[in-house]
Design a protein around this ligand. Sequence first.
Ligand code: SIN
Length: 192
Amino acid sequence: MSLNTTEINRLMNRFDSHASVWLFGYGSLIFKADFPFLERRPASITGWSRRFYQGSHDHRGTQEAPGRVVTLVPEDDAVCHGMAYLVTPEEFAHLDHREKNGYLRLAIEMTFGDGGTAEGIVYIATHENAAWLGPASERDIARQIAGARGPSGPNSKYLLELARALRALGKHDAHVQGIEAHLQEFLQSEKG
Ligand code: SIN
């Protein structure tokens, strides 16, 4: 199932009059910046955990065999590390299209590596969206990822690139690394 959130996101005009806006990325936005940006800095947000709970029917899977991609779920005191990009408000037309399968723009405070903070935007897919898949064991999530592919490529590539990007940032994410370990096992056994 899918729900196009582009129209809803267009109504989020809070930053439209700003010369530039910070965007916080925690999934593919960390490793695939297919938009121009003025500046990029490692950053984190508090009170949210990264989870492979969102279905991908348009990028990393199909309607018949959806993949799994990350979204954020609220969790007291949790810290989610990612990458912040300073962009002009015009970039959100492209970003809304890219994140259209259930993600909504939310205003959020982010903290940079040097302790400075800024308010900006993050894309979150909540449990209320049509493409939400929700919790499953890390092994089942890895199995689903191993078997899914869509127009943007294999779902496994999304997970492996995210895990690599987090390692490059020097950040540990137990959920991502746990699923990665199971996925490696499935990929090895596929090779025979
Ligand atoms: C993000 O990366 O911030 C949103 C989720 C995704 O596109 O993978």
